[in-house]
Design a protein around this ligand. Structure first.
Ligand code: ZN
Ligand code: ZN
Length: 411
């Protein structure tokens, strides 16, 4: 891949992703194999005028060794110094940028109970930090770069180097980076389009959405009063806009916690905690998941839903046209950051407080009282969009308006 494009990517992540401001601190969370890209990000951050850049390294292969061999009791706690670091930096208003580069099979063979227990302990210990992120108090963003095992899964039959090149090309297309282009400017126009689409849905103020397709999905999702559709950029506590996911093609809101009924089938594989989950079927009654099935990786899906009570409820409903750019590339990325932006999706687990009017200032109890799923230590997106997906919007006075017809927006 060309150095020039890579620098443009770093520029985009720092200046448009977290939208780092002069005098602000930046935390970069990344794997050690991404060091070459992290160095570019650090350079870009100081060029913007960063006060300090803190890099928090990790390594999936080491995490795997830990899951397999560490003492059983270490998975029931997070280290206080880690918690303190994220708490302190987020309280100061630092921006948090994550660089993903994940092997879709990183944790194959790991005991799902160890993953579940560590997610619970880590989530609980880092509650203050996550609450600031979920309510968009601090700017945060997630970008991804290829690693060999990921690229080889996406492009089987190629050499590792060929596959990585192909994945770089694909990623650059999804984040609107091209030779001679101006990605920062293109993102401004893209976010405007998403904001406009979200505005249309907000204008409808639907009471419910009814999903149907040939996979067998028959699901009614009620929406709480005062719900807000959003897409593209978000605004942090200081009034600065940031883009939480790059790429992003979705508009999303929060469903009514106990207003989901029926059955939904997944339309793409899901990589969950380093394991592949395929053929998901979830059944809901009054919001709560009453039956969990997956053709493959069911034990990992069940462990994630068993994480806490809130994981049994939906926290996000997102709309992405079947004929959106990432979907039309025909590439299955085996990474939710990309695949969720090629398909209508839901998430089980915690809702974004900003998806309801005035939500960023409400406590968890108040958010629950407003009807959204405010309390969970997880948030897992799964894809449900198909070429034949129909979504009917039902207004508060009972009118039915097509929102999606044959997989694409009808309004
Ligand atoms: Zn989403
Ligand atoms: Zn989500």
């Amino acid at each position: 891949m060309k150095d020039e494009l890579l620098r443009e990517y770093a520029r985009l992540a720092v200046r448009r992703g977290v939208n780092l401001q002069k005098g602000q601190k930046l935390v970069i969370r990344a794997g050690v194999d991404s060091a070459f890209f992290v160095r570019l990000l650090v350079g870009e951050a100081y060029a913007v005028g960063a006060r300090d850049v803190v890099v928090w390294w990790s390594d999936e292969r080491i995490a795997r060794e830990r899951y397999l061999h560490a003492d059983a009791d270490v998975f029931d706690a997070a280290y206080p110094w880690q918690v303190l670091a994220f708490d302190q930096l987020s309280e100061e208003g630092a921006a948090f940028l994550s660089v993903l580069s994940s092997d879709p099979a990183a944790f194959v063979g790991v005991d799902p109970d160890r993953i579940r227990r560590f997610s619970v302990a880590y989530g609980k210990a880092n509650e203050k930090f996550y609450a600031r992120m979920m309510a968009s108090r601090i700017p945060w963003s997630i970008v991804a770069i290829p690693c060999a095992p990921w690229a080889e899964k996406v492009f089987p039959g190629k050499t590792a180097d060929e596959a990585k090149e192909l994945l770089w090309d694909a990623i650059f297309r999804t984040v609107r980076i091209r030779e001679g282009g101006d990605a920062v400017a293109e993102w401004a126009a893209h976010c405007d389009r998403l904001t406009e689409q979200a505005g249309k849905l907000n204008g409808c103020a639907f009471a419910a959405l009814r999903y149907e397709n040939a996979l067998g999905t028959r699901l009614t999702v009620e929406l709480p009063e005062g719900h807000l559709w959003a897409g593209g950029s978000e605004t942090d506590a200081r009034g600065t806009t940031f883009i939480a996911n790059m790429p992003t093609e979705e508009i999303f809101t929060a469903p009514k916690r106990n207003g989901v009924n029926g059955v939904v089938y997944s339309s793409k594989p899901l990589v969950l905690n380093g394991n592949l989950v395929e053929g998901i079927r979830l059944t809901f009654s009054n919001g709560r998941i009453t039956d969990v099935h997956a053709d493959k990786g069911e034990e990992y899906l069940k462990a994630e839903i068993a994480l806490d009570e809130g994981a049994h409820y939906l926290g996000e409903v997102a709309l992405v046209p079947y004929h959106s750019p990432i979907s039309e590339s025909g590439i299955l990325f085996y990474d939710t950051l990309f695949d969720e932006n090629a398909s209508c999706h839901f998430a089980f687990g915690e809702a974004y407080p900003t998806c309801i009017e005035g939500g960023a200032d409400l406590s968890k109890e108040e958010l629950l009282a407003r009807g959204i799923n405010a309390e969970s230590n997880t948030h897992v997106d799964f894809m449900v969009g198909t070429a034949d997906l129909s979504i009917i919007g039902i207004t508060r006075d009972g009118k039915e308006i097509p929102v999606f017809r044959n997989g694409d927006f009808a309004i």
